[in-house]
Design a protein around this ligand. Sequence first.
Ligand code: C2E
Ligand code: CA
Ligand code: CA
Length: 556
Amino acid sequence: MTNTNSLSDRYSDFVIKSLENDDKSVHILWDCCGNTYKQLGHKIIADDCSDPLVAIRKENIIDPSSVSAYDVFCAQVESGIIKGAERNDLEIDLSMKLEGDSDYELYHIYILFLIGKSGKVEFAHINIRKYTEAEAFSKGVLSVFSSDKAPQIFAKRISRMMNKFADKEIAFIQFDVERFKLINDNYGVEVGDEILKFFSNSLSVILNDDQPFCRLTADVFMIVISFDEEDEILDFIHMIDSMLTGYKGIEYRLIFGVAIVEDRSMHTRRLGDNATLARQSVKGNALKNIGFYNGRLKTELYQQQTIEDDMTEAVIHDEFVMYLQPKHCISSGRIIGAEALARWIHHDRGIISPAEFIPIFEKNGFILKLDLLIWEKACKQIREWIDAGIEPVPISINISREYLESYDVVSKLLELINKYDFSINLLQLEITETVDTEGTSAVVRKMKESGFTMLMDDFGSGYSSLNMLKTTQFDVLKIDRSFLSEFMESERGRKIIEHTISMSKDIGLDIIAEGVENNEQAQFLNRCGCDKAQGFYYSKPIPVDQFNKKLIEVNT
Ligand code: C2E
Ligand code: CA
Ligand code: CA
């Protein structure tokens, strides 16, 4: 007989003796190392190490058909075993169902962990006793412990279904209600609760046994499904979305995140976290309510998080600065203007490029603040040139599309020109023209009518089309870097550039090329009739004091 067994035996002897008169509770001794069970107590089942379910069933502690209650029980004990190493015992109140249709009843479960020589929990002594009605009443309303609220059971069911569908793919799907707080605020917490209850109830009807689900926190639910083709996931989500959206005519939107399991050995918790990341990635996106997890997303979201955490402080500490990139006349070499480009001089990370923070700001609306800040710096700079007796060159500022739809941008710009008091042709506006929307062209028209010079940014980058040149309000086309470099590679491409330039001039549009990186490009453009260029060949975007030096050097 091994030591372990003798510890178990010694302990069971002790329990049997001390419990001779106890006919109210059931005692089970669980051998955590071998996962076997013995029942002790008022009726001793032969220690044949039977399945605990058998033992429990015999005592009518848990209705075998009420699998969730059984799972709750085991999950609680298991987690207790882990915690047991820190604490010696665990006490829980558990409401369980005895018969299929009966009510839940409250049980007191006390577990004592027996720690062996190794320092690990080797046995758990579980004592289960039903509360009397009076006791239960004094404990308050019985909390129904069903699978939709018990993550531990959920984890068990997931592993069970993953084993069952070894040859299928598995997806973790998480969803929540966008701005659920608003529902609570507008309709009251009761209605909010009602909706969540409606979700739980509906899911338990819609989903089958092989599609476990769980309510993770307030309004976040998780479902795990198996599938063969990825289309099935979308069909499934659309089905869930349509069934759960629009409770009693209340408007809300569900946001879904999907993580497809690539590594089955990964902890279910982490798989769930991936679904969370996917869900968060589409928060606030008006067009999409389903996000998919991929590894890249994680780093992106992390960076997004730090950027969002720091942006407000960055304004206070003046970490956003304006760099200027000169625009040159190719034939004379003179500086004929500049583009204002934002840089974030982060106190920790150093210079962060706009490619990293602009897309995030565009998504969260902070771009409105940043743009205003840069515009003002540009206007201030023009004023400083004039005051210093330097011949000013026009600065072009970038206007984010977000601005065009939500803000009276024209009066803001006019206000700035007024405040710094200079001629309107010194401030030029760069807008990326995409597939034309009514709103945009109306604002662009207004800008143009107010006297601004309008530059169509990124021309040829894929969004713009020749068709829109027909009616455009723009004055200048800014040829995109990629258009220039790609098309310059072939004879055919060079022809296209050449004709685009001559056609634009024909219809009265001026042209400047962006991203000019070498003399060959500059000379080619010049031959085609485009005499203005901006790019690393001339200068990268540089801090204002460097720009000023250059401006004086080159132009005087
Ligand atoms: P953009 O308006 O197309 O600006 C031109 C970008 O091309 C700049 O990148 C510039 O550094 C880069 N560039 C210029 N010449 C060359 C070249 O010869 N070779 C290469 N490889 N690149 C060149 P930057 O400064 O990183 O800005 C990226 C984008 O961020 C800008 O593209 C613009 O869309 C946006 N952005 C920058 N500052 C602001 C701002 O203050 N407000 C708004 N709304 N957007 C801004
Ligand atoms: Ca630009
Ligand atoms: Ca551009």
